[in-house]
Design a protein around this ligand. Sequence first.
Ligand SMILES: NC(=O)c1ccc[n+]([C@@H]2O[C@H](COP(=O)([O-])OP(=O)(O)OC[C@H]3O[C@@H](n4cnc5c(N)ncnc54)[C@H](O)[C@@H]3O)[C@@H](O)[C@H]2O)c1
Length: 270
Amino acid sequence: MNELFSVKRKVVVITGGTGVLGGVIAEHLAKEGANVVVLGRRKEAGEKLISKIKEEGNEAVFLQSDVLDRESLLKNRADILEKYGKIDALINAAGGNMPGATITPTGTFFDLNLDDFDKVLRLNLTGTVLPTQIFLEPIVKQGEGSIINISSMAAFRPMTRVPGYAAAKAGISNFTQYMAHEIALKFGEGIRVNAIAPGFFITEQNRSLLTNPDGSYTERGNDVIRQTPFKRFGRPEELCGTAQYLISDAASFVTGTVAVVDGGFNTFAM
Ligand SMILES: NC(=O)c1ccc[n+]([C@@H]2O[C@H](COP(=O)([O-])OP(=O)(O)OC[C@H]3O[C@@H](n4cnc5c(N)ncnc54)[C@H](O)[C@@H]3O)[C@@H](O)[C@H]2O)c1
């Protein structure tokens, strides 16, 4: 059997694993034989996901966590090392937007709520930097591992109406490249840092921006489809292969990349 893309017995920590995209990736990696650790704030959602994974005969644990709380992350790290003795990969999938950091169709830039803007920057960007700082330490001791950050199409071009989210995601792409370089220089080639930039996948955080209550697309939803050559939104499972690849030995010479999974959205010209 070809082991090139194997993640078997790798300990994979997923922040925001209780969310739609993180959850689907968690389920997939567990199916592929990884020991998945789902971190999230919502205990009920986390436990529901773990039961589902276990019913399928695979391994996963849920630990309550907050990506902005150093103490909770340190406790998570200690619990993971006690249970598995190592961490092989971290997927920073916690993130999202906030209404106050979004300009409404009739509003202007002057309506931007600076508190919400700060919160969105902190959740997405600091909420990626801090868990990386905490979970990278044992990875550095091992000399081997993979970090995956979650960027966005908004990192490539600042999308209308979501200035906080776009700035945070641009920061994540930039941080990914910075870390790839920094870690390789100081600790060698065993540790890789990459990002995935998903196109548009309908989940709780963007449902109301992209769809109406009756399921039809909003004007913005239609704009996205018009600019996506595949003429549809992504299915969360379509991120799983890229995540697995970036963790596996198949990506042993890949670091500092932002892998686009978007049905062609980022190629749109006219
Ligand atoms: N859905 C899309 O189209 C899309 C596109 C590009 C990027 N993304 C990114 O993908 C990631 C996952 O998004 P999703 O669509 O699955 O959304 P989601 O809202 O379903 O998942 C986000 C998860 O993060 C968790 N979270 C929020 N604050 C947290 C905190 N302080 N500590 C720990 N967890 C926290 C939430 O509880 C939730 O479980 C996010 O970074 C998002 O920005 C999504």
